[in-house]
Design a protein around this ligand. Sequence first.
Ligand code: IPE
Ligand code: IPE
Ligand code: MG
Length: 228
Amino acid sequence: MKFSCQHIGIIMDGNGRWAQARGKNRSFGHEAGAVKVREMTRVCSNLGIRYLTLYAFSTENWKRPALEVSFLMKLMIKYLKNELPLLIENNVRFETIGDLSPFSSALRKQIQITKDATAHHIGLTQVLALNYGAHDEIVRAIQRLNEAKIPLNAEAIERHLDTAPFGTIDMIIRTGGDTRLSNFLLWQAAYSELFFTPTLWPDFSAEELEGMLEDFEQRERRFGGLNS
Ligand code: IPE
Ligand code: IPE
Ligand code: MG
């Protein structure tokens, strides 16, 4: 079945609780979360989705204990290195949103290597949100407009958001049971369809995603107008 949804955003939440429920430490959950990223990328690619934007590290996640933050940084480097052959095999283009400047040069280098090696791919675009926060994104967009002396209006802001090259976000999914956006794609979410599931991210499945995509097809999107 072909779905009309082109761009999915996912708040991948619940890794820590998934590990704790198994008597393991939170890192174990993050490892399982990375495996799920790989699986869902393949699933979305096979379903013909164009863009998959995944919230991997928020501007607020620096507040976590230093050990967890440094584990996540190392995991991102490891993930990118392991992932490259698979991205190539599946014709997936790799991109990011968020401010990469606070990351280590090793991580930034690996991000650039992955972007460069996949830039010509025409299948799914996997966009990782790294040190991403919607407030920060909007402020950076407005700063760029001010510097270029471009008049401020909604279209101009939209064109300068990190997501500008990737188009409108049709649906936003949050796993892990909480019903909030936690600073993810706040501007873009204006007319996105929202899906919240109690499933913890490492347990999320292709079946559950397909159920949401079918639900999406049934939703009447009016964008403030009236449907006949
Ligand atoms: C989401 O899972 C992953 C990141 C924020 C990096 P959490 O680590 O927030 O897991 P829970 O919500 O504590 O279970
Ligand atoms: C959102 O999850 C961020 C990511 C999934 C990367 P959090 O676990 O950080 O969100 P809160 O703290 O529950 O709002
Ligand atoms: Mg969480």
